[in-house]
Design a protein around this ligand. Structure first.
Ligand code: DLL
Length: 440
């Protein structure tokens, strides 16, 4: 139950080990309180409950959650900016926002209690990843309206660690700080860490030789191949953490040292998995869309939020001993899928295929176009510099291998463009993997 490195146990983490019966009781009493608040203070929930003849009185067990209406991203957009708030503005101590796919952002609010819950779930996240008091954490998630920066910041302080609030960007300075300040863990998107490794190498800094031992990566899907690359080249353990601003930000779920799925902090976030087409619940172990009901949030309770993230519940207990259930790593969303010549494709599938082949670097972009009514998919991927020192034959061979790997995985031929290192634009936050130039 305690940290492998130092033997300490963080008291915040006690909730991760509650006996299941006690956990279910706690979830139910919190659910009732939040439903009452949502019904009394948020027009959208009151109208939807009334339409279905539901009051908070009609919810008598946790299973009854499935009778409640869903909430979707469009509801947040339509209530812009403050329409879903359930507390008076004077009780709101913080606002964040996430970029919407179109137009206005979606705004989320926190009371002081909400910020305290957020801090505690981030403390639990860091503790699950083996961090503790005395760690020096470089926080390269963006500070600002994005929840990554401040979420990780408060969690790191709550843990009793030293936090370096460097935010995203300025890669050379990140490397200097990592080296000179004796950083033991870094928080950032996995794609940014890979970029950082590459720049460090150019600067003659071997990250493997530095004291850094953990990467707390999330905010975007990343494959196991990417994890292996980050762990090997960085000499670290790379942990996956999950969250979304609509629910709280980072701190919804986290891997533990077993790195076999992410524990959901169920005492605050009630998870369900549904079939995204029929909206019916799917059994444990089966893939579906993650739906979350917040059990503690006061400023903006969210009921049955459809995350669009595809995962499954792992029913078996984890060898770490935590009783809060796990979900599998999220490789895709129900809506980042694109259809090309009738085939459903997820960027993560392409990524795995590419990175399985030696000589590739984890920087790629998928470009979709339409010519004469026909969809075309091009993949641009960086390959190691030595391929460009007049080894034309070698490039052709690599191209063949990659084309084969992709075709094997997604079943279609793609136009491959092998490019030199640093050709593809780097992101300081979430990587943009797909550029869809097709007109609808
Ligand atoms: O990305 C919160 C966050 C910050 C999580 C830092 C982890 C670390 P949003 O900007 O609202 O919030 O984006 C949420 O990002 O619905 C997923 O599709 C995706 N996502 C987040 N974490 C992961 C992950 C933050 N570990 C959306 N794996 C979510 C896969 C992830 N996708």
């Amino acid at each position: 139950m305690s940290c492998d490195q130092c033997g300490t146990f963080n008291p915040e983490s006690a909730m991760d080990y509650l006996p299941v019966q006690q956990l279910r009781q706690l979830q139910f009493s919190r659910l009732k309180a939040r439903l009452h608040q949502a019904y009394s203070h948020v027009d959208l929930y009151r109208d939807r409950f009334d339409e279905r003849g539901i009051t908070d009185e009609s919810i008598n067990s946790l299973e009854d959650v499935s009778r409640l209406p869903f909430t979707v991203k469009a509801d947040l957009r339509d209530s812009y900016p403050f329409g879903l708030f359930a507390t008076p503005m004077r009780d709101v101590v913080r606002l964040h926002a996430s970029s919407g796919t179109t137009g206005k952002p979606t705004v989320v609010a926190y009371t002081q209690d909400d910020v305290d819950v957020w801090t505690s779930v981030m403390v639990r996240t860091f503790a699950a990843c083996g961090l503790h008091e005395g760690d020096i954490i470089q926080n390269a998630y963006g500070y600002g309206l994005f929840t990554g920066g401040l979420g990780a910041h408060y969690g790191a302080e709550g843990l009793g660690a030293t936090v370096i609030p460097i935010s995203g960007g300025n890669t050379d300075r990140q490397i200097m700080v990592m080296k000179d300040f004796g950083v033991s863990a870094i928080c950032c998107t996995p794609s940014y860490f890979v970029h950082l490794l590459e720049r460090a190498e150019e600067l003659g800094v071997s990250v493997r030789e530095l004291p850094i031992r953990a990467g707390i990566f999330g905010a975007e899907p990343w494959s196991d191949a990417m994890r292996r690359h980050a762990e090997k080249a960085g000499g670290i353990k790379a942990y996956d953490i999950y969250g979304l601003s609509e629910i709280i930000g980072p701190g919804v779920a986290s891997e533990c040292e077993a790195q076999e799925g992410l524990h959901i902090f169920e005492d605050h976030f009630y998870p369900e998995i549904i079939d995204p087409d029929t909206c019916e619940p799917v059994p444990d172990g089966e893939e579906g869309e993650l739906v979350i009901t917040t059990l503690s949030k006061r400023a903006m309770p969210v009921i049955r939020y459809r995350t669009r993230d595809i995962t499954s519940v792992i029913a078996e207990p984890c060898r770490c001993g935590r009783t809060v259930r796990r979900i599998r790593r999220i490789g895709r969303r129900s809506d980042d899928m694109f259809i090309i010549r009738g085939v459903n494709v997820f960027p993560s599938q392409v990524e795995s295929a590419l990175l399985e082949v030696d000589g590739t670097l984890p920087h790629y972009q998928i470009i979709l176009t339409r010519e004469g009514g026909l969809d075309r998919m091009a993949v641009e991927i960086e390959v190691t510099g030595d391929y460009f020192s007049d080894r034309v034959g070698a490039i052709e061979e690599l191209k063949g291998k990659l084309a084969h790997a992709i075709e094997n995985t997604i079943g279609i031929r793609v136009d491959l463009r092998l490019v030199e290192p640093h050709t593809i634009e780097r992101s300081q936050g979430k990587a943009k993997r797909v550029i869809d130039k097709r007109e609808i």
